[in-house]
Design a protein around this ligand. Structure first.
Ligand SMILES: [Zn+2]
Length: 143
C-alpha cells in the first residue's frame, strides 16, 4: 500500500536522483527506500531508465561520429597525411638548423645537407596531400 510518505518520497526521487535535494531530504529518501520495496522498485526503474538514455545517447554519438568519419574519411586521411608531411618537413628544417655545421675531428666541415632534400620531399608531399584534401573537401559527394 502506498501511504502519504511514499508520495512525498516519489516527489523527492527525481531531485534525489539529480542530487539537488537537501541533505535532510536525501536521508529521508534513503531511509524510506530501505524500508519500502515499492519505492525501491521505483528508484531502481529510474536508475535503469537513466542508464538506458545514457547508453542510447552514447550509441547515437558513436553512430554519428562513424557516419561523419565515413563521409570525411578521404578528407580526414588527406588532412592527416598533410599534417604529418608538414610536420616532417618542419622537423627536417629544425633538425638542419639545430645540428648546424660543425668541424669533424679530422678537420673537415660537416653540414647536415641531407635534411634539405628531405625537407623538400616532405614539402612536395604536403603540396600533393594539400591539393588532394582541397579536392576531397570541394566534392564530398563524388560518384
Ligand atoms: Zn514508499
Amino acid at each position: 500500500m502506498m501511504d502519504i510518505s511514499c508520495e512525498v518520497i516519489r516527489d523527492l526521487l527525481p531531485l534525489y536522483h539529480d542530487g539537488v535535494c537537501s541533505e535532510e531530504s536525501a536521508k529521508l529518501v534513503e531511509t524510506h527506500l530501505q524500508s519500502c520495496p515499492q519505492c525501491r522498485e521505483e528508484w531502481k526503474q529510474m536508475q535503469e531508465e537513466t542508464t538506458m538514455v545514457k547508453n542510447m545517447d552514447e550509441a547515437k554519438l558513436i553512430w554519428e561520429t562513424a557516419q561523419v568519419w565515413k563521409k570525411n574519411r578521404k578528407a580526414s586521411f588527406l588532412k592527416g597525411a598533410l599534417a604529418i608531411s608538414l610536420l616532417a618537413c618542419a622537423a627536417c628544417v629544425i633538425a638542419f638548423q639545430a645540428i648546424g655545421s660543425y668541424v669533424a675531428p679530422d678537420g673537415t666541415l660537416v653540414e647536415p645537407f641531407g635534411f634539405i632534400p628531405m625537407a623538400w620531399l616532405f614539402l612536395l608531399l604536403s603540396g600533393i596531400f594539400g591539393v588532394g584534401f582541397a579536392f576531397a573537401r570541394r566534392k564530398p559527394k563524388q560518384k
